[in-house]
Design a protein around this ligand. Structure first.
Ligand SMILES: [Zn+2]
Ligand SMILES: [Zn+2]
Length: 313
């Protein structure tokens, strides 16, 4: 009987492996395009026009590559400044500086992060009025955790590959330090944010992200350098740490209400600190539900505010 030489066999297996990967890749693209098409019919763009075309992959790649490295290093440098600012404020700040910091933290973490970037733009879990879509996105941009497009793309990829090798912020695979403090170097996959990439408002914010932050810094500095500290740098550093704890700790430790296939958990103090985000196991169990808290002690201010302003379906 004819025996295939070992080299040929290895080569054939390698080719089959490569083809298998390509087919998997293609399937994900088709999935994402189908999802984008579905979203397009549900969500009009920022100028109120329904989005029709679905040939987004190329346009998306271009947008995401645009100044991506500059943005990553820019956010890294600004966050170093933010952490230095936090230490300076601890040393020299007065009580009223901390009141202003708390106010900005609330706007960026509650309105920006959890209500808008996460529950609205990533999961489309609630119908928001137009004024809030704009306000919440601007609060998210101000928080210095990345543009709406970049944040949403990384987050949706996390849901697609939770806790496996392709998860962009799995502490088990990437390590705690990388996920907690260096996640700005994660390159977002545009396929996961096609619905925002085709929107001129989000595209503009993405392209001008660093420029906007430089303008914010110059304005605060000219009014009063202390305002630059307490209304921009310090809240940005606090938000970075609080938000990153959701990516690390709620996949490492805590309790579970649901036996999901991933390692997600709930952590009570993160639930309070991040307005409901800490009930992360509940969220992974039902990602498209706007309410994260389930038990009576699982306080969820984000969901409470959403219920006050949501539009009727
Ligand atoms: Zn998660
Ligand atoms: Zn999510």
């Amino acid at each position: 009987m004819y025996a295939m030489p070992a080299n040929t066999e290895r080569m054939i297996l390698k080719i089959i492996g490569i083809l298998h990967e390509r087919v998997k890749d293609l399937r994900i693209t088709i999935d994402m395009l189908a999802q984008a098409a579905e979203l397009s019919t549900k969500f009009p763009n920022w100028f109120g026009k329904p989005i029709k075309d679905v040939k987004l992959a190329v346009c998306g790649e271009r947008v995401m590559k645009y100044r991506n490295m500059v943005d990553q290093w820019g956010i890294f440098a600004l966050q170093i400044a933010g952490h230095a600012g936090l230490l300076l404020q601890i040393a020299y700040g007065h009580w009223y500086h901390w009141v202003l910091t708390a106010l900005v933290y609330f706007l960026t973490s509650c309105l920006g992060m959890t209500m808008t970037y996460h529950r609205l733009l990533s999961h489309q879990s609630w119908p928001a009025p137009r004024w809030f879509q704009i306000l919440g996105t601007l609060c998210g941009i101000y928080g210095l955790t990345g543009s709406s497009i970049a944040w949403v793309a990384v987050h949706r990829e996390h849901h697609h590959h939770t806790d496996d090798q392709l998860d962009p912020h799995s502490p088990a695979h990437k390590g705690f330090i990388r996920v907690q403090w260096l996640s700005m170097f994660e390159t977002p996959n545009p396929r996961y944010a096609l619905h925002l990439i085709r929107d001129p408002f989000h595209q503009w914010l993405h392209r001008n992200y660093l420029l906007l932050h430089l303008c914010i810094m110059v304005i605060w500095y000219c009014i009063d350098p202390m305002l630059l500290l307490c209304m921009y740098l310090t809240p940005a550093a606090i938000l970075w740490n609080a938000g990153s704890f959701i990516n690390t700790l709620t996949h490492m430790t805590g309790y579970r209400n649901h036996d999901t296939r991933d390692d997600s958990t709930n952590i009570w103090w993160l639930g309070y600190l991040m307005w409901g985000e800490g009930w992360h196991n509940n969220h992974h169990h039902s990602p498209n539900r706007s309410r994260f808290g389930e038990r009576w002690w699982e306080f969820d201010l984000g969901s409470w505010l959403i219920d006050r302003i949501r539009l009727p379906r």
